[in-house]
Structure formats: structure tokens, C-alpha cells
Design a protein around this ligand. Structure first.
Ligand SMILES: Cc1ncc(COP(=O)(O)O)c(C=O)c1O
Length: 399
């Protein structure tokens, strides 16, 4: 690495974050118009944002020349109002707002992590945790997940932490637990979360529970808000990017104990979110009808896609989210592979079978996300509307 800039040494091995294929890439490659492309790759909502949220954002544009409140207090209050009935002891707790949940994650790490410290991760999971950790010169202790059901390997958690700290001299400061998990779609029960929380509490480790997809499952049963009041080291992250259809507005938030929130705010970057984004988020919380429309569409479509993909011979993983992970059989015999390649253009025949299928879908204007997290044969599909999902199933049926 050219070090004329006296960069941090660990940055020489850092990779930039890999996002999925964009509309623009496909428009260039296959000459599609934007409206012809179906992107079900980023777990965004294709139904879109609440019209009330868009109206609120438009109104906020009129006062663009003024900063909003430094810590987004108005949205914090609206969130308290939204969570108060389902969250015990909410008076002990508070929200912080970030420029996407990504920014909250980064900020939480900034509070305690120094170069050389350790962050625990259970991969396959959301890549951003390790991306951010490595960017700060910290280490990732990846305890992994069970190969069959993707539950995190926590059977010997306390001993694993002790051994790591003794062997490396590096302190474990933060743990990321994504539930439901991206990209595998599985979820932890509250008692499983609680077992992990107890160990984090004993060892002074911040436990970041990522609930980016919690709205798409039974919140009453699985949401960690029910137990957070008992665990001052617990932080629960949320986002407006998925169930509220506001990915482009970049608003995320997290619930934590007041004491930690006060520390967080002391070091928060002021005026972090754009005013139209904040107003849109607040209006989106209040538009329960639109929210329900997105959730109902997802939860009606999910079993239908799971069934259709299974009938096509894919291995489908049970999902509690707005996406489905499926795999092409590793054992596909040569004859079947050839039959699939028969349907593909010449130039994709050199690719491996998953790459070839992805490229075939691109040529039909469909963007899904290849996931190398579980195997070389996995693809992740965001759940769209009935017509959009049918379009994907029809394209896959043809091969
Ligand atoms: C598990 C998980 N956490 C966090 C995020 C980031 O959310 P945001 O768009 O609010 O930064 C994502 C986005 O895909 C995600 O999948």
C-alpha cells in the first residue's frame, strides 16, 4: 500500500464493501429501461414508501436551509410512543437515530473498540459487522453457525471467550447477533437470546441484537424488547430500510438503556440524518395501514415462493424475513447441468452453474443476490409482490 498518507496499517488488508448488482449496471449491460428491471436483491420493499412519508419529506424540503435537531429528538419521541405498549420498563430505555442502522453499528463500535480488540460474530451473517470491525483495526472472533439450521455456535460461549482472551491478550468488547439472520433467514428464541445476554452481561460485552427484519415475523414471540430492561449491555438495532420501504432515506435506530444512550449521545455526530428522511420516518411509523400492507404482502407471498422454489427442485431455507435463501443442488448430475446450460446464452456457459443462472436472470431483467455465505450454490431472493415473484418463478421454471 502507498503509505504517503500515513494510513492506519491495518487498512492495507481491508476490502471495500461489496453491494449487489445495480439497476444502472443492468441497464448498461442489457439495454433495459429502468422500469423493465426487477430488483429483488437488497431486501428492499418493492411496494415502496408510505405516500404520507413522501408527503412529509416533500414538506421538509421547504426548510432545507435550516439544520434539524442535533440528535433527531422528534423521531426518538415518536419511536418511544410506538414501542411503549410492547416494551416493559420503557422509561429505563431510549432510542438513538443513525444514518441507516449501519451508522449506529459503526458508532457503537467507536464507543469501546480500539485497534487490537475483538468483536464476536456468527457467520454466515450480515457482512457489515466484520467489515466495520476490520476497518477499525480490531479482530473478528467468528464462532460460526450450525451447518444445518444456522443457529449460532454458543454452546461453549463463555469458555470460547476466555480462551480467546487468554491466548491472544485481546479483549472481547462487542458481539453481533443478527436475528432473524441475514442471509439465512433463521431466528433465535427469546430464551436463546437471553442465555447469550447473560454471558455478555457477566463479561461486560455489548450485545448488539440486529432486528433489521423483526417486523416480518411474530414480534410478540421473538423481539428482544421484552427482555432488554434486564440487560444493560444489550442494544437492539432497527431500520426503516426494509418494512417501511425507506431504504434510500437512510434512517436506522437502536434501543438501549438510558445510561448507555447518554454515553452514545455524548459522542454522536450531530445532525446525522437529513431532515426529509427524519420527517418521512416519523410519518411512516404513523401510517400503520401502509406498514400493514407491506407486512401482509410479504407474509402471504413467503410460503408461496418457498413452495414454488421447492417444487422446482431447489433446497429452500425457512425464512422469518422478507427474503428467501435457496440453493441449487450440489449434486446436480452432468445431464441436468447440461440441460440448464442449453437454455443459456453461449457467453455464460463458461461460468459455474450458480453464476450462469444469475446471468440468465440478469438477461431477463431480474436481479437477485448470489450469496456465497452458505455454499457456492446459494441465491437470495427478496420477496416482492405476487406478480414480481411469479416473474422470477416463471424465469427459473424455463431452465
Ligand atoms: C441484517 C441487517 N442489518 C442492518 C442493515 C442495514 O440497514 P440500514 O439500511 O438501516 O443501514 C441491513 C441491510 O441490508 C441488514 O440486512
Amino acid at each position: 500500500m502507498n503509505n504517503n498518507y500515513r494510513l492506519n496499517p491495518w487498512l492495507s488488508s481491508a476490502n471495500s464493501y461489496a453491494a449487489g448488482v445495480t439497476f444502472e449496471e443492468l441497464m448498461m449491460k442489457y439495454s433495459f429501461k429502468r422500469e423493465e428491471i426487477l430488483r429483488l436483491a437488497g431486501n428492499e420493499s418493492t411496494i415502496g414508501a408510505s405516500p404520507k412519508a413522501l408527503e412529509a419529506a416533500k414538506e421538509a424540503l421547504l426548510s432545507s436551509n435550516y439544520y434539524d435537531e442535533p440528535n433527531c429528538e422528534e423521531l426518538m419521541d415518536a419511536l418511544i410512543d410506538d414501542f411503549k405498549d410492547s416494551t416493559p420498563h420503557i422509561n429505563k430505555l431510549g432510542f438513538v437515530i443513525g444514518n441507516g442502522m449501519d451508522k449506529v453499528i459503526e458508532h457503537i463500535l467507536c464507543l469501546s473498540i480500539q485497534a487490537g480488540d475483538t468483536v464476536i460474530n456468527f457467520s454466515p451473517t450480515f457482512d457489515f459487522y466484520s467489515f466495520c470491525t476490520l476497518k477499525m483495526g480490531a479482530k473478528v472472533l467468528d464462532l460460526g453457525r450450525d451447518e444445518k439450521d444456522f443457529q449460532p455456535c454458543v454452546k461453549h460461549l463463555a469458555a470460547d471467550i476466555d480462551r480467546h482472551e487468554t491466548e491472544t491478550g485481546s479483549k472481547v468488547k462487542v458481539m453481533f447477533l443478527c436475528t432473524p439472520n441475514n442471509p439465512t433467514g433463521n431466528i433465535l428464541s427469546l430464551s436463546e437470546i437471553e442465555d447469550i445476554a447473560k454471558i455478555c452481561e457477566e463479561k461486560n460485552i455489548i450485545l448488539f441484537i440486529d432486528h433489521a427484519y423483526i417486523e416480518f415475523t411474530d414480534r410478540e414471540t421473538f423481539e428482544a424488547t421484552k427482555i432488554i430492561h434486564k440487560y444493560p449491555h444489550m442494544v437492539i438495532g432497527y431500520t426503516f430500510s426494509k418494512a417501511y420501504g425507506l431504504a434510500g432515506y437512510r434512517v436506522g435506530y437502536a434501543l438501549m438503556h438510558q445510561e448507555l444512550k447518554n454515553i452514545y449521545l455524548k459522542y454522536n455526530t450531530p445532525f446525522l440524518c437529513a431532515k426529509p428522511s427524519l420527517k418521512a420516518a416519523k410519518a411512516a411509523i404513523r401510517d400503520s395501514e401502509h406498514f400493514k400492507k407491506i407486512i401482509d404482502n410479504n407474509n402471504n407471498e413467503r410460503p408461496k415462493i418457498e413452495q414454488a422454489l421447492s417444487e422446482l427442485g431447489f433446497k429452500v431455507y425457512k425464512s422469518h424475513t422478507n427474503f428467501i435463501l435457496f440453493e441449487i443442488s450440489e449434486n446436480l448430475d452432468e445431464q441436468k447441468k447440461l440441460a440448464i446450460y442449453e437454455h443459456l446464452d453461449k457467453d455464460v456457459r463458461e461460468k459455474d452453474i450458480t453464476g450462469a443462472i444469475m446471468e440468465y436472470l440478469f438477461s431477463k431483467g431480474i436481479i437477485l443476490r448470489r450469496s456465497k455465505a452458505t455454499s457456492d450454490y446459494a441465491i437470495r431472493m427478496t420477496i416482492g409482490t405476487e406478480a414480481e415473484n411469479q416473474r422470477v418463478i416463471k424465469a427459473l421454471s424455463a431452465i
